[in-house]
Ligand binder design. Structure first.
Ligand code: FE2
Length: 373
């Protein structure tokens, strides 16, 4: 019997990047986030800078090295490019969760630690995830300052005008792993965190004419809405998008974060105005959607206008759309998602149209055909 872990939900996600100021600016301008906190030389930390951003319950930390001595950051960025270093789970009690996770088989990364100043304290611990990624356990209930001790207000006044995106919170976080790693990491998360496998796509379930993948979704059993799909490449005629990710990221890592909204039409309209580029599907996608006659509250022509995808599931449905990779490497991207009438899935019905769209971009990068042996 696995130990209960007291996980309450997602907290923040931290990126390691080449320039935190540029990434913070992009998230403020494109995603409509607020730059709330800052840590760096001006606040007494000499070798790195971090910006803390929020939009409702969607929280990001964006960190870059400013000295080569911040080796953990420089080596990550040199190898993987800009990417997600860690995602965090809010827990009732950090020490209890960490000890339970270790008892269940988790690999420790950092022991529980209390960060304290005149505004109170924050507790954190971390366990290992694939390659250089980590899962953090955090509790910030006893802290009244900005984010965490060490942070102050941003030094630079970012006077950024952006359309209101209405982004709400992380819905799910997805990892791409090497061949034969999916079961290993799904089992690791399930046993360590008392999660369960919720969806399992085997050979042939997700494939286009050219490429294929395997996917497992693990989720928390303790009532919290934490869901983590894990993808692995599967043999196909050409190189799958998962293979491309692993090749370009130089290993396993976080592929995308899905951010929830309560009004996806408004969110996508705002993000498009803010300059975000999304994957596109052919117009015939919407003809098929109309033909199916599934009842959706939204006007299908409006969904078509903004390129929003719709997948049905029992009585529920979900609306979603994926950005193109946001950095220089074709690795990390965002998904925007709105769940309707209790839909729990991940847009399986959209995979075909989407993967064909991704393959068109892969071909442009010269990453669809396999290298000559
Ligand atoms: Fe997703």
């Amino acid at each position: 019997m696995a130990e209960k872990t007291g996980i309450l939900g997602y907290d923040y996600v931290e990126f390691y990047v080449g320039s935190a100021k540029m990434w913070a600016y992009w998230h403020a301008r494109a995603m409509g986030m607020n730059i709330v906190g800052y840590l760096g030389p001006e606040t007494g930390v000499k070798d790195r800078v971090s910006y803390y951003l929020e939009k409702n319950n969607f929280r990001l930390l964006i960190t870059a090295a400013v000295k080569p001595s911040a080796f953990e950051i420089t080596s990550f960025v040199t190898k993987h490019g800009d990417g997600v270093k860690r995602w965090s789970l809010k827990v009732k009690d950090v020490k209890t969760t960490f000890e339970a996770a270790l008892k269940n088989g988790a690999i420790p990364e950092r022991n529980p630690k209390r960060f304290e100043d005149e505004n109170g304290y924050v507790e954190e611990a971390a366990i290992k995830l694939y390659d250089d990624a980590e899962i953090v356990f955090v509790n910030r209930d006893n802290y009244k300052g900005i984010f965490k001790p060490g942070f102050g207000k941003p030094i630079q006044k970012f006077e950024i005008t952006a359309e209101e995106t209405g982004l709400q919170a992380v819905d799910h976080i997805v990892g791409n792993v090497r061949v034969n790693e999916m079961n290993l990491w799904a089992n690791y998360i399930n046993t360590s965190l008392n999660f369960e496998t919720f969806i399992d796509f085997g050979p042939g379930d997700i494939s286009t004419k050219y490429s294929a993948l395997l996917s497992k979704v693990v989720r928390s059993k303790e009532g919290a809405s934490v869901k983590n799909p894990i993808n692995e490449p599967y043999e196909g005629v050409k190189k799958s998008q998962i293979e491309e990710f692993i090749q370009e990221y130089l290993g396993s890592g976080i592929q995308h974060i899905a951010v929830a909204t309560n009004d996806i039409i408004k969110t996508i309209a705002a993000m498009r105005k803010n300059g975000v580029e999304f994957l596109s599907v052919p117009d015939t996608y919407y003809d098929l959607l109309k033909e199916r006659g599934f009842e959706v509250t939204e006007d299908i022509d409006e969904l078509k206008k903004y390129g929003i995808l719709c997948d049905t599931e029992g009585k529920g449905y979900l609306l979603q759309l994926f950005t193109k990779p946001i950095g220089d490497r074709p690795t990390f991207f965002y998904e925007i998602i709105q769940r309707r009438k209790g839909a729990q899935g991940f847009g399986q019905g959209n995979f075909q149209a989407l993967f064909e769209s991704i393959e068109r971009d892969q071909a442009l990068r010269g990453n669809l055909d396999r290298d000559e042996e």
